[in-house]
Design a protein around this ligand. Structure first.
Ligand SMILES: [Zn+2]
Ligand SMILES: [Zn+2]
Length: 175
């Protein structure tokens, strides 16, 4: 998803319109790789203003993650706006402190890099297959959405009892 900034740099134009879909296999963020289940749709523009080159796009795609309770695969739809200046590595941070800034080499920008830098801030806190997902049994690992296990009964008998009462129970056993 590399966009050349040549025309903007040579001042042949003040604006590059971006409006495309690109099939990408995976996306990386937070040290993990996620499989995309849709193309990445990009709509917006890069324009020149008196401060520099300004990226203003909407991105839209779907990727696969795991439900944080039952670990089943879940399709996560993503749609958000990215706005910020495209700057070189040695840019003056003070003059851009009120804006987001994305570092590129000045000749071109890889929008996939920009998406990977911003996706984390634009996701819902917890991925769930369903708000009522029952998750996995902590005792036996059974997926409680799909099956019932008997850990509850055992736990009621032995584990959940307050240790102080467990001692009492032992006393009664001796009787
Ligand atoms: Zn789930
Ligand atoms: Zn269980």
């Amino acid at each position: 998803m590399i966009i050349s900034l040549d025309k903007l740099n040579r001042r042949e134009t003040d604006k590059i319109d971006l409006n495309f879909s690109q099939k990408i296999d995976t996306i990386n963020y937070c040290d993990s790789t996620y499989k995309l289940t849709s193309p990445i749709n990009v709509e917006g523009k890069i324009s020149r203003n008196n401060k520099g080159l300004y990226l203003d796009i909407n991105v839209d795609f779907t990727f696969l993650d795991n439900c944080s309770r039952c670990l089943d695969e879940v399709e996560v739809p993503v749609n958000y706006d990215i706005q910020g200046f495209l700057v070189k590595e040695d840019y003056d941070e003070d003059s851009f402190e009120d804006y987001d800034a994305f570092i590129c080499n000045g000749q071109e920008v890889n929008l996939l890099d920009v998406i990977e830098q911003t996706i984390d801030f634009n996701l819902t806190a917890q991925v769930l297959c369903d708000e009522d997902c029952q998750g996995l049994c902590q005792g036996c690992g059974a997926n409680l959405n799909k099956e019932e296990c008997s850990c509850d009964e055992i736990a009621n008998d032995e584990e959940i009892i307050d240790p102080r009462f467990a001692k009492l129970k032992d006393l009664f056993k001796n009787d």
